[in-house]
Design a binder for this molecule. Sequence first.
Ligand code: GLN
Length: 449
Amino acid sequence: HYYLQQIEVSSHLNAFVEIFAEEALTNARYLDEQRSKNGLHGKLHGVVIGIKDVISFKGHKLTASSHILDGFTSVYNATAVQCLLDEGAIIIGRQNCDEFAMGSSNENSAYGHVLNAADTTRVPGGSSGGSAVAVQAGLCMLSLGSDTGGSVRQPADFCGIIGLKPSYGRISRYGLIAYASSFDQIGIFGTSIDDVALALEVMSGADAYDSTVNDAPPPAASAVAGVDNATYKLAYFKESLEHPGLDPEIKAAFELFVKRLTDAGHTVQAIDFELLDYVVPTYYILTTAEASSNLSRYDGVKFGYRSAEKSDDLSVFYKQNRSEGFGKEVKRRIMLGTFVLSAGYYDAYYTKAQQIRQILSQKTQAIFGQYDAILSPTVPSPAFKIGEKSNDPIEMFLADIYTVFANLVGIPGISLPLFQHSNGMPFGMQVMTSQMNEVTLLRLSKRLM
Ligand code: GLN
């Protein structure tokens, strides 16, 4: 009841596109009965969770905030959702996002903008903007988002909460609408590291429906509990602080934080990475290529939106459905993706980008041979005004500089809400560890909070 009321009061934020009120209440009553009979029902007994509109929940609508999926209903549960339900969680609703998770401001949604609860003239970040605002405004305890290039960490930064992107292959992608399959990962928004650790433990692990899941044992929340007093060896990329778009206050806060860490006995070193300028172009070449392939299934024949125009020609029919069903940003990316995959340009773009991805992975492994974690700002600027950047996609892409790296190399990353800008907006710091090393990431995060 409490969360349903909060959602009602905050409906102007537009964080949810659908509330499962009746079902949530029925579930809550059932869990209550179970508790009085048999004690707690699971690790997440009664925990109220919202899910981004790209994650399947059986019997409920699923649209990726796109008209092209109008009327579509999930026929099965995503593995992550099933894991939450099995541990007694209550799924309270479906959250607004950028169409097909493409964007950094939640301005590309068929359901309209989401407002940042800290300042409603500003964007919440994206693409999981609704999921971030829902936690920021206290409309649920945890949210699930998806992070292909920062869509959990960046809105967490803009909204002043915690946002975790696990390692690639940590949580099954079964039931997650694909944007770029070799980058996508379900992520978690919360306000405490222990909550996030528990949700991660519950959702992690091998799954017969997703062969890319790593079969390493799930990171135990108990291994994160308590605070240690270890000292850590930390690195940051020199170039990340030389980035021309970096807000001077964010830079200063980062430098001061590094100094404090050093004073507290940790080792923090600036290292030459040299490849930072390549990460955004590499990311956008590979993700648009994968997206153009993944999104080819939305043709208006099998499911979702179908144009009212009649046509006897199949390719005209597809064109009508797709032209009317997809929004502008999604079309831009499909076209970019088909271009980089086209016969004449494949080697120049797609193959080159794959090579860079390989080099990035090798370099990253070498770094983790020497350091426990890499630190960086999460985003170069705090949350901007709604409409301020929507006409400049390149500028929007470039602001992903710090987050896309973790997805390119498959490592886990987290944004921690540590700072406040003089304009009143929160901002965070990003921490990344080696692949499948979420336990260190979360333990270290606790030390830094
Ligand atoms: N802003 C990035 C993009 O638009 C990240 C999106 C995401 O992580 N889903 O691709």
